[in-house]
Design a binder for this molecule. Structure first.
Ligand code: FO1
Length: 304
């Protein structure tokens, strides 16, 4: 079994690539739920949905979230009513949130609902929310405290961040399946997701960081920063604003003590010795997964 600590798009692409070179039922994704929100009374889990949709081949590639072939009639009507329409829920995507919300109201856990959705879509990879307890990533910014999606979507991550915290994480418990997936994996992979707002909320769930640290020789991380830039999202800007070096070495320092092997992009080959000085085993390959042969090569490097 291979266990992948996962945020949204970057993790979804890596999981899809890994599914192409190994038995997907031997793959587990431990998924961030710090972005989850309740809106219009509906529970929405962006990272879980992005991964499920991608592995099912249903994802909207242009947007990077949501379903392909989406229409927006409900959101347009909502906007016309003056309702909260800045977080756009597509007509097809809404069915997922309605289904999840109803099942949660019936007493199912987020893990159970995720497994039901995966089964329905024929996704063999096991998607495990890191916890079934409610946690919420929030930001102290130049314009005050913002929830995750206020920062990310409403303000397009274009406000200066002073600090990030994960509300209620101290009281959260990782699920038993997550603990098993971390303890029993041949290898733990840290996906090229945002280290601060996708991976750190997973590591902050009590017990998770300790297991990863204990198993650091078996931990492989793929750098989300290439040549000082994040492929998508605000990872580069957040690293800078929170005082880290904006490079694959800066990310390695954020994960200090947790990782044995680093996979970096060809563009960062000159960073190899700085990483090796930190005791890391470094592999260099193309880490951009836009082309399927590159994605396959990255997956093979992760498993090598
Ligand atoms: N991202 C946007 O930039 N704008 C949106 O309106 C938006 C809506 C949305 C609805 C459901 C969903 O699952 C995700 C959605 N996202 C949207 C993406 C998402 O909020 C972020 O990309 C992640 O939370 C960051 O990983």
């Amino acid at each position: 079994m291979i266990t992948v600590l996962s945020g949204g798009v970057g993790a979804a692409r890596l999981l899809r690539a890994l599914s192409g070179v190994m038995d997907p039922s031997e793959l587990c994704a431990v998924v961030n739920v710090g972005d989850d929100l309740v809106l219009h009374g509906l529970t929405i889990c962006p990272d879980l949905d992005t991964i499920n949709y991608t592995l099912a081949g249903l994802n909207n590639d242009e947007l990077g979230w949501g379903l392909r072939g989406e229409t927006w009639r409900v959101n347009e009507e909502l906007a016309a009513l003056g309702g909260e329409s800045w977080f756009r829920l597509g007509d097809r995507d809404l069915a997922t949130h309605l289904y999840r919300t109803q099942r949660l109201a019936e007493g199912a856990t987020k893990s159970q609902v995720t497994a039901e959705l995966s089964r329905r879509w024929g996704v063999a990879v096991r998607l495990l929310p890191v916890t079934n307890d409610p946690i919420a990533t929030e930001f102290d910014t130049e314009i005050g405290r913002l929830s995750f999606q206020e920062y990310f979507v409403r303000h397009q991550h274009d406000v200066r961040v002073h600090s990030v915290r994960v509300r209620d994480v101290e009281a959260a418990r990782p699920t038993d399946e997550v603990l098993e997936a971390l303890r029993g994996a041949e290898r733990i992979v840290i996906a090229p997701s945002n280290p601060i707002i996708s991976i750190d909320p997973i590591l902050q769930v009590p017990g998770v960081r300790e297991i990863v640290r204990r198993r650091s020789d078996d931990v492989v991380a793929v750098s989300p920063i290439i040549n000082g830039v994040a492929l998508k999202g605000p990872a580069d800007r957040l690293l800078f604003e929170l005082g880290h070096e904006v490079s694959c070495v800066g990310v390695a320092d954020v994960y200090s003590g947790l990782v044995g092997r680093w996979i970096i992009d060809e563009a960062d080959r000159d960073q190899t010795s700085a990483l090796e000085e930190r005791g890391l085993d470094v592999r260099v390959t193309t880490t951009v997964m836009a082309r399927s042969d590159d994605a396959r090569r990255l997956a093979e490097a992760v498993l090598a």
